[in-house]
Design a protein around this ligand. Structure first.
Ligand SMILES: NC(=O)c1ccc[n+]([C@@H]2O[C@H](COP(=O)([O-])OP(=O)(O)OC[C@H]3O[C@@H](n4cnc5c(N)ncnc54)[C@H](OP(=O)(O)O)[C@@H]3O)[C@@H](O)[C@H]2O)c1
Length: 246
């Protein structure tokens, strides 16, 4: 049996409309999965002009703003069963905006609270399939981020949320793991990759001396959702080109 053949499996990537989430969705699609992606805009066509090359071919897109518990609870998903839930939604606010309480709270709502509400939303479906959850944390789950207290606090909390859900749901056959990306060129990191000096500086901190790609995040996510990692749960794996080593 091919452990990374996801034919017949339903995969939902929340935040699959762009960047890392879309890369993860493409990798699952290319390994046979039936892939569902969602984002905040009305339709997939609304992402066509974005620079990050999102591709929805062969996937089903639906609009779902997860920042609000009620919207999460009220969704009627376009599938009846779910094997893999990937949570790649996230945002960051620059120019010290996260030091203002309404902004701090909003970032936590999207980056942390919605991860829990989405996990609860699909818990019963995941029990039925003995499925798995992959949470997208960040290298910021382990280190401070200068000027971004909400982003780093939300991502730090995902490490212990991953461990706690993994422990709670192991008896039901659900595995819960995470990936912690380093730097990947997407909408939220444009301030660095689109700025030559900042970009060159960032490379000095990465032993592999390059940024990661959305597909590389997808590869580790695929591994964590596959039977190759059947004995792994509660782990948040750094996928950062060695950035955290020094
Ligand atoms: N890029 C990096 O270097 C990096 C590093 C570490 C961790 N991460 C994490 O990777 C994940 C994906 O980020 P990215 O870099 O790929 O940035 P991105 O391209 O901006 O993707 C963020 C995704 O989250 C969705 N989202 C934001 N707010 C939402 C809401 N209220 N409801 C539903 N969906 C919402 C976005 O939907 P829309 O497209 O509709 O806005 C988009 O699909 C995030 O959790 C981020 O923290 C990224």
């Amino acid at each position: 049996m091919n452990a990374i053949n996801f034919s017949g499996k339903n995969v939902l990537v929340v935040g699959g409309s762009s960047g890392i989430g879309n890369g993860i969705a493409r990798v699952f699609r290319d390994h046979g999965a039936t892939v569902f992606v969602c984002g905040t805009r009305a339709s997939a066509a609304d992402y066509k002009s974005d620079e990050d090359g999102s591709d929805f071919t062969g996937m089903t897109y639906f609009q779902w703003d997860v920042s609000d518990d009620t919207t999460v609870e009220n969704l009627t998903p376009p599938f009846a069963s779910l094997d893999v839930l990937v949570l790649s939604q996230g945002l960051v606010m620059y120019k010290r905006a996260e030091f203002q309480m309404p902004n701090f709270r909003h970032v936590l709502d999207v980056n942390l609270m919605s991860v829990m509400s989405c996990c609860m939303k699909f818990h019963d479906m995941l029990v039925a399939t003995k499925g798995s959850v992959v949470i997208v944390g960040s290298s910021a789950s382990f280190y401070s981020v200068f000027g971004n207290p909400a982003y780093s606090a939300s991502k730090g909390a995902l490490v212990t949320l991953t461990k706690t859900l993994a422990e709670a749901w192991a008896p039901e056959g659900i595995r819960v793991n995470g990936i912690a990306p380093g730097l990947v060129a997407t909408k939220i990191t444009k301030v660095t990759w689109d700025h030559p000096r900042r970009y060159e500086e960032s490379l000095k901190e990465i032993p592999l001396h390059r940024w990661g790609t959305p597909e590389e995040m997808g590869g580790v996510t695929l591994f964590l959702a596959s039977s190759l990692s059947a004995y792994v749960t509660g782990q948040m794996i750094l996928v950062d080109g060695g950035k955290g080593l020094a």
